[in-house]
Design a binder for this molecule. Structure first.
Ligand code: 5AD
Ligand code: SF4
Length: 465
């Protein structure tokens, strides 16, 4: 994949910095959506801080407010318009600069609505992140509104500054875009076609993170296990690291990194070489996020997921046989068009069979421009909510059972810091992403220590070092 040269774009960082010199300006950022968006926000923060702004959590203090938006479900839209309504007053009172970026800005009807009814200075999309300093510069210097959106699939952008949220765990994007076109999903339309970063760039980034003391890496992509697939098909993949399995093995070799996770894989691309790599690589987490979406073969077909209920169950069985102690989390959508009571029962059946450690549950949300939005058989809201509650009840019931299995076990955990709700307690997470709180010395932060689990409390566990 050819990389875009962004030297010219980055020169605007200096230019904005020069206009901001000595003004002690602050910025506030709100990130919606998934970890890919969070990773983009870290890049936005990297650029913005180089331009001389310091971060504030207090929006009233901010001279620059940035919204990095998501459009996967409808509630994000409501949230953005609410926020834009509030920030309007701030702009009128003190001229706060408003920048709106991310996935939602790739949707024409949303941009039109913002232009018509809200105040803003810069609108930027998912393919124009690197232009943000230039757009901001032009908005300030020319005192005009800038809209900078590209409809093309985008290129791979390397070399943006990055300001990471955490100093132990880091996310590394390995691919952008998606070619799957699940019929409910807006992502392929707002993030463009699949394209993978070069392995050298990924490995260099992870090596630098290891040198900086990072211990845990999450490899990110809309469909990570098809890493380099389109490049392979086009004969453009590198010779050595040309698949996700090989990338996992290469990252596993990097000294200093203790844990490797990845999200999200697609069940249809979970090939044997990936399963082997997970088994062989001691640093790769054995806690796998495997989006189910629905347990009904009929609904899966309508969703264009390309696997059946039985194929999903068989895949999990195969992984359980090959990878000792493998555990799973999943995403489930309830109330997809044409979902009958029987179809929903199939979903509950898979949940009972697989005993997911974690389930992210979503009520189907109609997205303009997706095939499912035009399907007959849309499910009334009331039924969707009832099914959601039934799934939640089953999940919570099973969670209690699953949590009980942890009591008495001693597990190695990376100590992350203090508990958000009780500063006297330390927190860590099990490999399966369960929060564990326990008493301990500050000096344990950043270290991996054995913690014995002593009790379960549905959404967290208590332990002792
Ligand atoms: N409605 C509800 N949930 C959705 N997701 C994606 N699109 C929609 C939609 N239109 C969920 C899927 C995906 C997760 C990130 O969001 O479960 O895996
Ligand atoms: Fe959306 Fe499906 Fe692509 Fe995931 S794999 S981003 S759900 S289209």
């Amino acid at each position: 994949m050819t990389k875009k040269d962004i030297k010219n774009e980055l020169e605007y960082i200096e230019k904005v910095k020069n206009i901001n010199e000595g003004r002690n300006l602050k910025y506030n950022i709100l990130t919606m959506g998934c970890q890919l968006n969070e990773n983009d926000s870290e890049k936005i923060c990297g650029m913005v801080e180089k331009m001389g702004y310091t971060k504030t959590d207090e929006i009233l203090e901010a001279d620059l407010v940035i919204y990095n938006t998501c459009c996967v479900r409808e509630n994000a839209e409501e949230k953005l318009f609410g926020k834009l309504g509030e920030v309007k007053k701030l702009k009128e009172a003190k001229g706060t600069i408003i920048a709106i970026g991310g996935c939602m800005m790739q949707e024409k009807h949303i941009v039109e609505k913002i232009k018509k009814s809200y105040k803003y200075d810069v609108i930027f999309g998912t393919h124009t992140l690197q232009n943000f300093p230039k757009d901001l510069y032009n908005a300030i210097m020319q005192n005009k509104k800038i809209t900078d959106i590209l409809d093309i699939d985008g290129e791979i952008i390397e070399g943006l500054p990055i300001k990471r949220e955490d100093n132990i765990r880091a996310s590394v994007t390995i691919m952008n875009g998606c070619n799957n076109f699940c019929t409910y999903c807006i992502v392929p339309y707002v993030r463009g076609r699949e394209r993978s970063r070069n392995p050298e760039d990924i490995l260099d980034e992870v090596k630098k993170l290891a040198q900086d003391g990072y211990k845990e890496i999450t490899l990110l992509g809309q469909n990570v296990n098809s890493y380099m697939r389109v490049e392979r098909e086009r004969g453009e993949a590198p010779e050595e690291i040309n698949s996700f399995a090989k990338l996992l093995r290469a990252v596993n070799e990097i000294e200093g990194i203790e844990k490797i996770r990845f999200i999200s894989p697609h069940p249809k691309d979970f090939t044997d070489d990936v399963i082997e790599a997970i088994k062989d690589c001691e640093k790769v987490s054995k806690f796998i996020h495997l989006p189910l979406q629905s347990g009904s073969t009929k609904v899966l077909k309508l969703m264009n997921r390309k696997y059946s209920k039985q194929q999903y169950i068989d895949l999990v069985e195969k992984m359980k046989n090959k990878i000792p102690n493998v555990k799973f989390s999943t995403d489930i959508i309830v109330g997809f068009p044409e979902e009958t009571e029987e179809d929903f029962e199939d979903t509950l059946d898979v949940v009972r069979k697989i005993k997911f450690e974690q389930i992210f549950m979503f009520i189907y949300s109609r997205r303009v421009g997706t095939p499912a939005d035009k399907m007959d058989g849309q499910i009334p809201e009331e039924i969707k909510h009832k099914r959601f509650d039934r799934l939640k009840d089953l999940y919570e019931e099973m969670l209690k059972e699953i949590n009980k299995e942890y009591i008495g076990k001693t597990l190695d955990m990376l100590v992350e810091g203090y508990s958000k709700t009780n500063k006297k307690l330390l927190t860590a997470r099990t490999d399966t992403n369960k929060v564990v709180v326990f008493e301990g010395e500050d000096s344990l932060i950043g270290k991996t220590v054995p913690v014995e689990i002593i009790s379960e409390h549905m959404w967290y566990l208590k332990g002792r070092v």
